[in-house]
Ligand binder design. Structure first.
Ligand SMILES: Nc1ncnc2c1ncn2[C@@H]1O[C@H](COP(=O)(O)OP(=O)(O)O)[C@@H](O)[C@H]1O
Ligand SMILES: [Mg+2]
Length: 417
């Protein structure tokens, strides 16, 4: 898919180069000037109200009266079937496409009052087909915006090196040309270029659509790491549900005609689809997807049938009765020592003296519930020990996972990070 020109949209037709290059960038980096944007925490970074688009010569709205708030510093995924208006919505935000009706605000300012060129200074734009200049080195590609701002050589060089580090491009690659790089590397360069002038907002249109699944997964991880450091406001278009639920804080699921079917966290989308369309879109395995999304650390803490190794047998028996368990776990100084079977719990014996069995199933707080389930099932026990770098952090059972699925896995728990 080629970038759609602005023809027929009220915007002058533009050459097929990424918009972030065609607009002069921010004169100075925000961290050098002090932050210039309005930091009123109640104002969403991006707000769409009744935004509609009907392309000339068409009889249906491509986007129908869309309301959407994008919280500052969050990632929102626009997702939906092909032709549902994702790209149109994205391109209305940076005025590559002009809405037929409605209002779009960035930091409370109506974008229609801002000259498009000025507007795009604060908006990075990343597209699937990267659009690097083939005859310029990687460094020169990344430097496009700072150079057009007239930065001096050393400052440009410094910024290019900094950005290469940010997106994980080896310094040795900076003197190469785009066709010497893999698809994934080119995509990283595209991100570096979009970030060159440190815009607070990033628009990404299927940025990882052209790379293979393994590289895509890595690029998604990198985007999340980057976001942890940079806290941009990101709107990301994708048709890949797994990508949306992996990277997004909020998912906006559009139906054909740009109709917003649901705007929710990934977990809520999977747990409580708002319509039949959403239910069909998220699929029958939505419970498994939820398990892949949540971690053991998201569940409420549960010690399980576990006592200190210096407790007496009577206490141990009471604990396993409480848990209706056949095994008792022994812990010493935050270390899980092992399981002992109920038959061995004879009053008068010391727990420490009883032969222990190492846990067959062990998980970390960062393990997904899906992998915890897998480990519990394949080890044929009903409980996994949660260890965090060797320190006992509780237990997790099938029942606990099932109860977690029944609840809201987004809700903060006492063990949430
Ligand atoms: N310049 C245009 N002129 C006429 N129709 C268009 C134009 N651009 C997009 N459309 C139509 O608008 C709808 C939404 O397109 P688009 O936003 O590109 O969808 P998506 O990105 O979700 O696949 C589609 O039906 C598409 O054919
Ligand atoms: Mg599209």
């Amino acid at each position: 898919m080629l970038p759609v020109s602005g023809a027929g949209t009220g915007v002058a037709a533009r050459p097929p180069i990424p918009a972030c290059l065609s607009s002069p960038p921010v004169p100075l980096l925000p961290h050098e000037t002090g932050t210039v944007i309005d930091q009123d925490l109640k104002t969403p970074a991006i707000r769409l109200r009744g935004v509609r688009k009907r392309f000339p010569g068409t009889t249906e709205d491509a986007v129908a009266a869309l309301d959407l708030d994008v919280e500052r510093g969050s990632i929102v995924a626009l997702i939906g079937p092909s032709g549902c208006g994702k790209t149109t919505t994205l391109r209305m935000i940076n005025r590559l496409i002009e809405p037929t009706a409605g209002r779009i605000e960035i930091e409370g300012d109506d974008v229609s009052n801002q000259p498009p060129v000025e507007l795009r200074r604060g908006i990075g734009y990343v597209i699937q087909q990267v659009g690097l200049f083939p005859h310029r080195t990687i460094a020169a590609n990344i430097a496009t915006v700072p150079r057009s701002l007239g930065w001096d050589r050393s400052r440009v060089q410094e910024r290019v090196r900094e950005l290469a580090g940010v997106v994980g491009i080896d310094a040795q690659m900076l003197d190469r040309y785009p066709d010497e790089l893999s698809g994934g590397q080119q995509q990283r360069v595209g991100v570096a270029r979009a970030l060159a002038a440190d815009p607070p907002v990033l628009l990404m249109d299927e940025p990882f659509g052209a790379v293979d699944p393994i590289v895509r997964g890595r690029l998604q991880d990198e985007l999340l790491e980057l976001q942890n450091r940079l806290h941009k406001t990101i709107v990301l278009v994708t048709h890949d549900l797994d990508e949306a639920i992996k990277v997004a804080d909020q998912v906006a699921l559009l139906n054909v005609g740009g109709i917003l079917e649901q705007y929710a966290t990934p977990d809520e989308l999977l747990r409580a689809p708002a319509s039949e369309f959403v239910e069909r879109f998220v699929g029958e395995d939505r419970s498994m997807r939820r398990l892949a999304l949540a971690t053991v650390g998201d569940l409420p803490f549960e010690a399980g049938p576990v006592v200190d190794v210096d407790a007496d047998v009577t206490t141990g028996l009471a604990v396993i009765d409480d848990h209706r368990s056949d095994w008792l776990g022994l812990v010493e100084d935050e270390t899980f020592l092992g399981w002992v079977p109920r038959e061995q719990l004879v009053v008068g014996t010391e727990l420490r003296q009883i032969e222990r069995f190492l846990p067959a199933a062990q998980v970390a707080p960062s393990s997904t519930l899906r992998s915890a389930l897998e480990i519990i099932m394949t080890s044929r026990t009903s409980v996994a020990v949660v260890n965090d770098a060797g320190r006992f952090r509780g237990t997790v059972t099938l029942e606990r996972i099932r109860a977690g699925l029944a609840g809201d896995l987004d809700a903060p728990t006492e063990h949430a990070a």
